[in-house]
Write a protein of this length. Sequence first.
Length: 304
Amino acid sequence: MSFKKFDFNPKIAAGIRACNYETPTPIQEKAIPAILEGRDILGLAQTGTGKTAAFVLPILQRMLKGPRSNRVRTLIVAPTRELAEQINSDITKLARQTGIRSVAVYGGVGKLPQIKKIQSGAEIVVACPGRLLDHLRDKTFKLNKVEHLVLDEADHMFDMGFLPDIKHILNFLPGTQQTLLFSATMPSEIRHLAEDVLDNPVRFQIAHSRPTATVSQQLFSVEQNRKMTLLNGIMAKTDMASTLIFTRTKYRAESLARQLHKAGYTATSLQGNLSQQKRQKALNGFKRGQFKVLVATDIAARGI
Ligand code: AMP
């Protein structure tokens, strides 16, 4: 099975090759043909399944078929800045040859560079709800020409209290747009939202992905006060090029990174208390190998 059967524009096919994608993932097999047909989608799927390319590729194809404009034609709403950045960077890679540009819009950084990118012709906006509403209230750009709307990780947007913002944002859209909603779980609030915003959607569910066979898992039952000793023991015994540690709270992520730093590891933390600049620095430093250990909260981890 290859991407050829979707008959993508050669400029998009070049993006797929640049990302080294050879065969579509199950979610791509299901979602791409339906999105190309213009159908609304209700997808029960997690991040990590190839979900981003599953919606970005067919949206790009449809955008290339329509007339180019200096307006926002696609809006993607995501719960966290990291996920918005990740989606934006995937779009940049996949769309490089198409000339279609995108911009990530989230709080914690200046508004002006975001406005400039949109005014200079970015047709795709990947946004977190709060900052997007700020822009809409400031009337820095409009959403009345949006052709495609993606609500990504809808259940997390609900968990984070964004549902009223989403409903507000919907008022700025033309109402005729194609809408794609992805969620890992389907609480009743999301089901109601889906009923409101989707028109006769194609529904599918992608089974929870399992770690690949090369990943081994171990579970240790340990008292809270002995966790650090255990972690030190595991880290000392295991030869790890880079280590990602998840904690439940921001405080624990920060203090664990500090303790690991004291113990001689190049460690940093990624959690919601950091400014966007510091989060990006931590993430980039970890990717480049400058930090061998990254301690992250699960919210911050979405999009890694
Ligand atoms: P996502 O669920 O969009 O976060 O994607 C998870 C990871 O899978 C990302 O690193 C993607 O670059 C990668 N990916 C997406 N589609 C494919 C594909 N068809 N083949 C290989 N890797 C893919």
